[in-house]
Write a protein of this length. Sequence first.
Lengths: 317, 442
Amino acid sequence: MGLFNFFSKEKKAKLDQGLEKTKTSLLSRIGKALAGRSTVDDDFLDELEEILVSSDVGINTTLKIIERIQDRVSRDKYLGEAELNTLLREEITALLPEPEAHLSQDFNLPEVKRPYVIMVVGVNGVGKTTTIGKMAYQYKQKGYKVVLGAADTFRAAAVDQLKIWGTRVGVPVIEKGMNADPAAVAFEAVKEAIDQNADVCIIDTAGRLHNKVNLMNELSKIKRVMQKLTDGVPHEVLLVLDASTGQNAFEQAKQFTAATEVNALALTKLDGTAKGGVVIGVSEQFKTPVRYIGVGEAMEDLQVFNKHEFIDSLFSN
Amino acid sequence: MFENLSARLEGAFKTLKGQGKITELNIAETVKEIRKALVEADVNYKIAKTFTDEVKAEALGQNVLTAVSPGQLMVKIVNDKLQELLGGSTSEINLNANPAIILIAGLQGSGKTTFSGKLSKFIKSKGRNVLLVAGDVYRPAAIDQLKVLGEQVGVEVYTEIENKNPVEIAQNAIKHAKSNGFNVVIVDTAGRLSVDEQMMTEIANVKKAVNPTEILFVVDSMTGQDAVNTAQAFNERLDFNGVVLTKLDGDTRGGAALSIKSVVNKPIKFVSMGEKMEALDVFHPDRMASRILGMGDIVSLVERAQEVFDQEEAERLQKKMSRNEFNFEDFLSQLQQIKKMGNIKDLMGMIPGVGKAIKDIDINDDAFKGIEAIIQSMTPEERRKPELMNGSRRKRIAIGSGQGVEEVNKLMKQFEEMRKMMKTMNKLQGAGRSMRGLPFRR
Ligand SMILES: Nc1nc2c(ncn2[C@@H]2O[C@H](COP(=O)(O)OP(=O)(O)OP(=O)(O)O)[C@@H](O)[C@H]2O)c(=O)[nH]1
Ligand SMILES: Nc1nc2c(ncn2[C@@H]2O[C@H](COP(=O)(O)OP(=O)(O)OP(=O)(O)O)[C@@H](O)[C@H]2O)c(=O)[nH]1
Ligand SMILES: [Mg+2]
Ligand SMILES: [Mg+2]
């Protein structure tokens, strides 16, 4: 098989027809690439590479996946299409870490001292506040008592936005208005959640670019201040990533993890044309599982990320 | 923003160093590296391929004997190509109508509402009478958000709280504008996905109803490979006039800029570089290209500083800075102006070399309050002669200002850092203009 060359071949005609607008998921496109093939040859790998790269998987992760497949093929002497399907699925699955047991699963809370506290972080406009509204809805559906904390006191009308979500879902929002100290709001929200015997407390934070040292320090402070109230909070630090984001997601994950020890990812806006392939590499590199996917703007539009389904849908076409 | 890309390109060029001339053989590795770097920088992979193919063709066609070195030649070719791809020249916004109507469109969360606020401020500062229109009837608190921004920049915001029809709202707003002497109308709209047929039809209908003078497509600079799909889809429905790149204050490599420009062939008209209403800049392809190659965006910085700073005051300070006479009185009087320019750290970060140097220095905008209190607790003499600040004076000032001695010490340190930086900035600004296009143009 020899060395695989990055972009070594001219593109297949069908992939050359401009840039398709049709909504084809990363997953189904890999299925397409596989269809009708019976061998893993350079053509196949080129096509696979192209599909992965154009889904924002990134060059390094793409090459890693391809290498794994080449290894497996030379070892297993695989050939049939069905096996190739399985193999590809397995190799990508293997990159995605399992969710940790001490985190909430399918919106069922783990056995931790209540309230279970979730702090939501991410760069500007990725969908933090919306995801919080949707999570509040899910937890409430499960019968849990939910409290939200409006610790984005910076962006214009951020508190109002969360309050509207609170009303929509029917959960209280703890706020101190705009320009209040976000750490004080988070503290107050957790305190209220304790006092009200709430099961879940979700803290919204202002969007911030990860290269802004001061703002990242502020985030660490919000977390520290909460911890003055009770140990082990926040249980979940959820980093929200926008599916349309490219390779910058790595830097986001790195800096937010450094500042707040992110232990869960949410991938939003998957209802669009963007593939969100970058989470494969991000999740792998930081050993942080993807927990939720956002698939719309309504409160029901949040799903628990299931990597097997994710990979399955890759090949179902 | 493009630091990473330029670093990668430098890496790619290294493989060419020491080679006598460019051949198919010795260029192959470089071309591949450039392509990889571009894709890693989120340039669409197809565009990256076209780009590097052209670079390669040009490199091979050069008379290699006259080239100073193959590496330098490649840098020049890549630089020229980047500029070409990003668009030949500055493209200004069209306001030639009365009222001029600007329609803002883009994906969810890309920065449309923030940009609308910024643009209204920008146009207002040119002496126009601007009206903002809250055309997002979906997102929770979208109208409030625009109202807050309008208030911040002193621009009226047209809203219809009960009306859920953006076409009607836009039409009514224009009537309102005409009868109230507004000559520019900026219509903010809800974020929408290009595959959302209903929403795309809605905005197409807004366009049909109000016949905008200018339609701007707002896109997040962190966008990956999908940028081309989205830009193309919006362009097909709206045939927009220009692109706005947002969140450039981040560290994204920003390859989406290259992708979009080459796929829809519409100029990038503005860049948005922060959350504050001042953090807006017109787009300069030449500067962007040199920025890609790591030369920094000094000219932009200087211009922005000039817009905000009082010219005479700036000159007075300039002199003081260069003589290292900058004192606490100057500092205090400048805090306000600096605040107006946006985040100081972001501004400094635009200067090559300085970005790294100030990475770990804590310059917090909110810290200004405490700083002001401290300076106000100094005697006039102390303000003029920072070197007087010994231990006992610091203690007195700490008590007087209600800040800790620690804070006072921190300020003293920061002040020294700032003085140093200003000196650097001064030097760089001086060099800024002559640095453009170097070293390859000579
Ligand atoms: N289509 C779609 N839109 C989404 C999704 N999640 C969020 N949005 C939209 O994205 C935009 C930004 O969402 P927000 O929740 O305000 O984002 P944020 O991260 O809180 O933003 P900041 O607080 O300003 O940083 C809004 O228009 C949301 O409706 C999703 O899964 N799909
Ligand atoms: N750092 C930074 N943040 C920005 C910039 N432009 C916008 N933002 C932030 O990005 C987030 C989203 O901006 P909005 O203006 O609400 O975006 P939008 O496109 O109107 O969002 P929707 O209406 O929900 O589709 C907010 O947190 C803004 O403050 C920028 O240039 N730099
Ligand atoms: Mg928010
Ligand atoms: Mg908006």
